[in-house]
Design a binder for this molecule. Structure first.
Ligand SMILES: [Fe+2]
Ligand SMILES: [Fe+2]
Length: 163
């Protein structure tokens, strides 16, 4: 394995570990283990630092305009190709929970792509807005807190505000 592959493996491995540990922290919190939840969150943050350093060493982080374009491409691909395959597979196996998850994620990825496209079109403006994100399905609303999530029907108290 060359160094580039090793850096890529470190980046993806650490990114996965960080996410897994955050979910473990949520679980520990629910079970009433506040200190264990803190430990998982601390290690998750540390793994994120490892993942970020590896990613920066890969020199894949460009300027913001290019990063927006790359993010738009990747969202479009994920929505059109990856999630389509995932949905077909889960349908074939009759895994309805996975079908719902993949379909809702696909809808949200299309919205991500739209948000990037708009940002690219108004790149120099730095338009100020508040975003609202559904904690259940990840739906992102720009400027409006909906009464109900249009993707998964979660109520408005399930939204996290980014202002
Ligand atoms: Fe996305
Ligand atoms: Fe939702």
């Amino acid at each position: 394995m060359d160094t580039k592959s090793a850096l890529h493996m470190a980046y993806t491995g650490e990114a996965k570990a960080a996410l897994r540990l955050k979910v473990y922290a949520e679980k520990a919190e629910k079970e009433g283990y506040a200190q264990m939840a803190k430990l998982f969150r601390v290690i998750a943050f540390s793994e994120e630092i490892h993942g970020s350093r590896a990613l920066k060493l890969l020199r894949e982080v460009k300027g913001t305009e290019e990063n927006l374009a790359a993010s738009f491409e990747s969202e479009t691909h994920v929505a059109d190709v990856s999630y389509n395959q995932f949905i077909k597979q889960a349908e074939a196996e009759g895994n309805n929970a996975a079908v719902v998850h993949f379909s809702q994620s696909q809808d949200v990825e299309e919205i991500h792509a739209k948000l990037y496209k708009e940002a690219m079109n108004h790149f120099m403006e730095e338009r100020e807005t508040t975003y609202y994100v559904c904690k259940i399905c990840g739906y992102v609303s720009d400027g409006i807190l909906p009464d109900e999530c249009p993707v998964c029907s979660a109520k408005k108290d399930q939204f996290v505000t980014f202002d």
